[in-house]
Design a protein around this ligand. Structure first.
Ligand code: PGA
Length: 249
């Protein structure tokens, strides 16, 4: 039985003042004891967030794959771990688009994060053009092939399927489309990591809100949600946590 995971991603948003939102989010997370809750925040907010809400899993949105060295402006997995992060995202589509990161980069970052004891939420997902061209399945399979470390196990590794055209747009795939891609992703994982694939959580991400969370999270193949915009405030994020708890945790 895979526990549902509701993970927030603040992206380049937030401030010390905005951390107050995490207090109510942490309280909701404690109340929803059958569900795991996590929030990825900008690097500068990791330490104060981890100190403010020690019961909540705070994470990074990215890490550099090297342990240390001449990489101006970058932050390593060891650094975010020391700041209090328990996990990191890897291969988010905005990193792939804005920073030209490849699936190989996502693999290296995931491996580096695991080596430092961080959990990893690795993101994959097709563009709208790829979906329209009938290539969505092959794109996601190839991303998984190139980015999932071959020692991935459910205790530290989570996959997030996030169709790029659904991120921040208010558009979502149909429930059938989500279920179908999650099945394809799990089958691909099984070819790589064997039976461990059955325990790996596969999240859905892209315009998840309090209004659609219950339906999406009720899909048997959906083990949780990766939430951007609706994770920034407790009044939007808590209903998603409650929806996850309501569909059986
Ligand atoms: P969104 O972002 O919920 O704002 O669509 C999801 C994500 O990028 O992880």
């Amino acid at each position: 039985m895979r526990r549902k995971l509701v993970a927030g991603n603040w992206k380049m948003n937030g401030s010390l003042r905005a951390l107050e939102e995490l207090v109510a989010i942490a309280a909701a997370a404690e109340a929803a004891s059958a569900v795991d809750v996590a929030v990825a925040v900008p690097f500068t907010l990791i330490a104060p967030a981890a100190a403010l809400v020690p019961t909540l899993s705070i994470g990074a949105e990215d890490v550099h794959e090297a342990e240390a060295g001449a990489h101006t402006g970058c932050v390593s997995a060891a650094m975010v771990r020391e700041a209090g992060a328990r996990f990191t995202l890897s291969g988010h589509s905005e990193r792939r688009a804005d920073q030209h990161e490849t699936s190989h980069d996502a693999w290296a970052k995931a491996a580096a994060a695991h080596a430092q004891g961080l959990q990893v939420i690795l993101c994959c997902g097709e563009t709208e053009a790829e979906r329209n061209a009938g290539r969505a399945e092959r794109v996601v399979q190839a991303q998984i092939e190139k980015s999932v470390p071959d020692n991935a196990t459910p205790d530290w590794f989570t996959l997030a399927y996030e169709p790029r055209w659904a991120i921040g747009t208010g558009r979502t795939p149909t429930l059938d489309e989500i279920a179908s891609m999650h099945a394809i992703a799990r089958a691909k994982l099984r070819t790589m990591i064997g039976d461990a694939a059955d325990g790996v959580r596969i999240l859905y991400g892209g315009s998840v809100t309090g209004a659609n969370a219950a339906d999406i999270l009720a899909c048997e193949s959906v083990d949780g949600a990766l939430v951007g915009g609706a994770s920034l405030t407790a009044d939007k994020f808590v209903p998603i946590i409650e929806a996850a708890a309501g569909v059986g945790g």
